[in-house]
Design a protein around this ligand. Sequence first.
Ligand code: NAD
Length: 359
Amino acid sequence: MRRLKVGVIGVGHLGKSHARIFAGLRDVELAGIVDINPLRAAEIANQHGAAVFADHLAMADHVDAASIVTPTIHHHEIACEYLRRGIPVLVEKPLAVNLEQANELVELSQRTGTMLQVGHIERFNPVYEELRRLPINPKFVECERHGAFTGRSTDIGAVLDLMIHDLDLLLDLVGGEVAHVEAVGAAIFGGHEDIVNARVKFASGCIVNLTASRMSPTPKRKMRIWAPEGYAGVDFVKRRLTLVQPSHELRTNGIPADPAFLPMFKEQVFAKLLRMREVDLNHGDNLTRELEHFVHCVRTGSAPRVRGEEGRDAIALATRILDSLNQHSWENRVHGPTGPDQLPNPLGDLVPDSIRRAA
Ligand code: NAD
């Protein structure tokens, strides 16, 4: 079988891993590297014996497929050029900076019949794959996605940078129309929102509470799901699934009426009344699995797990969240501070200089 020639456009923090993984895949040739930083392009290309091209246009005739791992503001322009030429692309998440651009990419992919996959990597996390296999009908979901400020992805805010992962998962898991969105967010480093909370109500009645922050000292990526079937806690970092289900006895008879049971309640709650299971799924690398899937879909012509349409739908929901947080009035006054850039003035210091010096 001829090796599939794949190119990587943008080899920064994440793109270098795309290059390394493609270079190591059987039946794939890492045929080209593009980066606007020529030193960076040469460094990564040398590591894998790949050719460097001046820009994505120069590389187009030399590859069968490409992944686009540039800052999000460039996704639309580069992906359009490749889709017009019929070259399948994997575009990192978020698909584009706004819904208009995302719609154009989906329309172009459909019109030219060219594959467009979006890099929503959590779909390839084994813990999410396991969750998806379970019979669960979410009715209340909490999502937390926290990371430190890295100075990257400053072309977008925390909604398109982080929350977009959970929005995509929710649309996949819960699905259906979104009835209502309410959000609040604050820009701490300037430019775009860095911390966001959103409440999303699906037409099915499922209510979701999401928080995304890129100013947290400890990374956290968790989802907690309450459903008629029980509870599922997903830790995307540890790749651990915690499942709790009321026992048959509890569902049928309720808690034991015997007063002698009461003192033992705490110890017995998980032994008798609730059934609990912890599942560790810490195997395989999510990005490798995602890129292998991309190569498989290019070769076989099958639809990718996350198509342009799904990437676009996540951006549509993100846009509603952004509209809501941009309109949020912090003091409920007509001309008062509104939106992530206009925080009310601080009342005082929470960490005065004297305490900082002592620490
Ligand atoms: P980065 O800033 O570290 O790297 C971007 C690279 O693209 C840089 O080397 C830059 O020189 C290069 N570049 C910029 N414009 C270019 C252009 N027009 N043509 C070619 N190269 C260009 O950013 P990053 O953290 O690697 O993020 C890149 C993309 O990946 C973003 O869209 C981001 O949202 C996404 N991302 C996804 C995940 C995930 O979990 N799936 C994680 C991190 C980043």
